[in-house]
Design a protein around this ligand. Structure first.
Ligand code: HEM
Length: 400
């Protein structure tokens, strides 16, 4: 199997169900391998990390593609996730200035309260022994509630976002063609319309939230933050803020069911919530892949020259299972130290929400074990047919 076949296989349902055997084949080709047509597939830990941390490997921007016809791609394409310097650092620093560590830390009591409320809801829903869908009842509701609290999205609007962002994030997948984007485009238009109205409302009646802060910056100086950039990045914060964390919680609970010894260790205190979260992030990363483009000549990765204009598929999920970096990578071991999985990316695009995502998981995991001590699988879970954003569609549990 060559690099091109690896990329092709990534788009099959079989591989999306379990991509790890294919990743092992990719690593056999070397940590970085040609994939035909100016493409490379990067599967080794050191190689993925190096590409992420080398600014001369940028992201593919809307100007480099013919995507403008799709509003989903155009919208995400104006967010920092898909911009290079000078736009990305300019806008990222504005977002970072309002999305501060202090604001995140201050959310802890609200996260604890939300976790408690949602677990009470699950206990009630499953009190008669019937199964409860963990993805809907908890894994989706916690992060959507938290990010909406930060952004300032009113409570009554929150629950409709699950379908909308699920539709929109198809635009982040590795795609063979762009035919399947109709629902993503509709979702992009609806979300952009929603945040246009919310930003106007907050300018008129300011609150202590991110929409107010960012809308004020944009209203004061279009050069610092244009109206289009404001919208794109508000949508990005919403989407990046919960779909990934939803999958972290779902993937984490599925692993907890498969490893009762980890649950016992968490109860005894020999495994910390932070260690458990780190190993879930490594073992079954919510974001499995990303892409980069060589922006300059003379780039070399692990001895392989990468010509300018080349496209690179970075297999984060593979890097996290690289035996050159991890001892027994296929073993789920929450007692690992110095794990540093690449699950939040690296370099200039390193995830802005990693502290928030960790906070949510580290509060949720012990609370789940404590409040629902009889939590058990309640049926066959279903996976989402996605590669990049890896997670469950449904994860039935019983609580009694
Ligand atoms: C488990 C949860 C999460 C995972 C696994 C995750 C993963 C990632 C990854 C891999 C990237 C880099 C993509 C690339 O380099 O191409 C990224 C970027 C980003 N993430 Fe997260 N994320 C998570 C949660 C969050 C949360 C809670 C937020 C916000 C509230 C957030 C906001 C962002 C933003 C704004 C970026 C773009 C940064 C930039 O381009 O400069 N993420 N995330």
């Amino acid at each position: 199997m060559d690099g091109a076949a690896i990329i092709e296989q990534l788009m099959t349902t079989e591989v999306r169900t379990d991509p790890y055997p294919l990743y092992a084949k990719a690593r056999e080709l070397g940590p970085v391998a040609p994939a035909g047509d100016g493409m490379f597939v990067v599967s080794g830990y050191a190689a993925v990390k190096k590409v992420l941390r080398t600014p001369a490997f940028g992201v593919a921007t809307a100007e480099m593609t013919e995507y403008a016809a799709h509003s989903s791609l155009a919208l995400l394409g104006r967010s920092i996730l898909q911009r290079n310097a000078p736009d990305q650092p300019r806008v990222r620093s504005l977002i970072a200035s309002v999305f501060t560590a202090r604001r995140v830390a201050a959310l802890r009591p609200a996260v604890e309260a939300a976790v408690g409320r949602l677990l009470d809801g699950m206990a009630e829903q499953g009190a008669d022994g019937s199964s409860v869908d963990f993805m809907d009842a908890f894994a989706f509701r916690l992060p959507v509630g938290v990010i909406c609290e930060l952004l300032g999205v009113p409570e009554q609007d929150r629950y409709r976002f699950r379908g909308l962002t699920s539709d929109l994030t198809v635009a982040l997948e590795i795609m063979q063609d762009l035919d399947g984007l109709a629902a993503a485009d509709e979702a992009a238009d609806e979300l952009a319309g929603y945040f246009t109205e919310l930003a106007a409302e907050r300018l008129a009646r300011p609150q202590d939230d991110l929409v107010t802060d960012l809308a004020r910056i944009a209203a004061a100086d279009d050069e610092r933050l244009s109206a289009r950039e404001l919208l794109a990045n508000l949508v990005l914060l919403l989407v990046a803020g919960f779909e990934t964390t939803t999958n972290l919680l779902g993937n984490g609970l599925a692993l907890l069911f498969r490893h009762p010894e980890a649950a016992a260790g968490l109860r005894r205190g020999t495994i910390t919530p932070a260690g458990f979260t780190d190993e879930v992030l490594r073992f079954d990363a919510p974001v499995q892949a990303t892409g980069r483009v060589a922006l300059e000549p003379g780039l070399v990765v692990e001895g392989l020259p990468i010509p300018p204009g080349s496209g690179l598929t970075l297999l984060i999920g593979s890097a996290n299972h690289d035996p050159a970096r991890y001892e027994r990578p296929e073993v789920f071991d929450p007692t690992r130290t110095d794990s540093q999985p690449l699950s939040f990316g690296g370099g200039t695009h390193f995830c802005l929400g990693s502290q928030l995502a960790r906070l949510e998981a580290e509060v949720a995991v012990p609370a789940l074990l404590d409040r629902l001590p009889r939590l058990a699988p309640g049926g066959v879970p279903t996976r989402r047919d996605r590669l990049v954003l890896r997670g469950y569609e449904t994860l039935p549990v019983t609580v009694r």
